[in-house]
Design a protein around this ligand. Sequence first.
Ligand code: DGT
Ligand code: CA
Ligand code: CA
Ligand code: ZN
Length: 573
Amino acid sequence: MARANDDVEALLQEYADLLSISGGDAFRVRTYEKAARSVGGHHADIATLDRKGLQGIPNVGKSIAEKIQEYFDKGSISALEELRAQVPAGVRQLTSIPNLGPKKAWMLYHDLHIASVQELADAIHDGRLKGLKGFGEKTEENILRGIDLMQQSGARVLLSVATDLAEEIVAELTAVRGCRQCAYAGSLRRMAETIGDIDILAASAEPEPIMDAFTGLSYVERVMARGETKTSIRTTKGLQVDLRVVPPDCWGAALQYFTGSKAHNIRTREIAVRQGLKLSEYGLFEAKSGKLIVAQTEEEVYERLGLPWIPPTLREDRGEIDAALHGELPTLVELKDLRGDLHTHTTLTDGLSTLEQMVAAARERKYAYYAVTDHAPNLYMQRMTDEKMLRQREQLRALAKEGEMVLLHGTELNIDAEGGVDWGPEFLEGFDLCVASVHTEFNQSKDEMTRRIIRAMENPHVNVIGHPTGRKIGQRPPIEFDMDEVFTAAARTGTALEVNSYPDRLDLRDEHIMWARRHGVKFAVDTDSHSTVHLPFIRYGVGTAQRGWLTKNDVINAWPLTKLRTFLKKGRS
Ligand code: DGT
Ligand code: CA
Ligand code: CA
Ligand code: ZN
């Protein structure tokens, strides 16, 4: 269920962006950015808070609390509306191009009336930026590359955004009279990293009331098409949702068809044809007579094709059909298999929840163990010191309770340009585990980057490489390194690669996970939580791990603690 916190976070962030583009005071911009992040990561639903409660959120002062209140009372914030009138939405879009800041965006708008990403691309191609201050040839190239990256992800949204909305819709439609089943299908059910549109499927003998409920949802901006069995809407946030209502008897065939992927469906249909059958969204039929064989459940459909049921996260035509035919489908790691989270932060660095809050929230998830891994000193803005780290260790040990979740004290190190990390072996020895990540100098050559990461993995105290490619979906391209070399070294040194569950990271991504697994690499499926509300993101990491064909044997935080501890020793005595 989407929280009001997310809406308000987006509004405050928009306010900060527009303020900064229109030349507002940098300190005020920062204030709103910090407030946005705090609201997004706040543990309580802010719709339930009064003015005093709102001001109790870190970084939310009187004036911001008033704006939030105004939003709840009137559905809009007048100060934000004023800024929107000054700065077109397309100009704000310009600032989401990598390497294009608010000042440049404003200059483009002010001097050249460029007010959209496409207009900017055209202007560069036409050479109209020549002579504009701060736009050299190199900058132009970078901007074009950034635009490419944005357009590749197009109007697609993050898995988490689509999941929240789809779960809400499914809950609403399930409650409608006559609705026998309702579920989401398509790329969302396959847990792809981004979602083009949401596909909802319902089973009912009477589609009308379900269609009415669907088009009547509060966040419907426009009904794009309405028919007897299919209706498409666009939400106020610009996301398309397709609803299909099918007779209860063909639920399984429809679910199989609309889950896709298209490539997987082509393969299943071929198998049907070879057996003299015909597979469609209405069922599995005898080709000659047209007689229906099965349609009620997915399991029956696959079974009649001579296949076991194939988990949706595998349905990408990446070898799952062959594996299924040979009885070699992997037993995928599941959410319930995860015994702990090995990469999390607290307010000691850039987290939004305290150590106590994070530990309490992890206990609620029934984890067997839990690691706190705040940032190390070389990321200067986090102001970490040896003393602070050691004090946190004492506090963590004091929170441990006999017979309960085991608390591990770790850190997230910074891999420097040469592959070194923040501390020497004596200090590192005191941690239960170390994650190490690239946070700076993303632009090294492929060779340098490969050597840098391998050297970090050769450090006997580095256990996990955090978000290995550093990509941010739709925002920042992955760093480049020689995958075969890095994966071989990971397996050889006993260093796990992270599957970061944060929705805009999902890093490593599915195909690279499959590739690394073939080298014998082990993985840590972690959240990188900066707030208690991020801990549930683990589901997206698990989905991504499944798309990479991982079993619980491949995932170190699905192991019992003793086995994990042996892995973390990396052969040290
Ligand atoms: P998306 O929306 O781009 O994230 O990806 P999907 O996979 O959700 O694609 P979508 O929404 O176009 O269609 C949903 C599913 O319906 C798709 O995964 C498979 C099925 N489907 C749609 N069109 C075709 C088609 O032309 N042939 C076949 N075999 N299946 C189709
Ligand atoms: Ca779709
Ligand atoms: Ca669709
Ligand atoms: Zn982190």
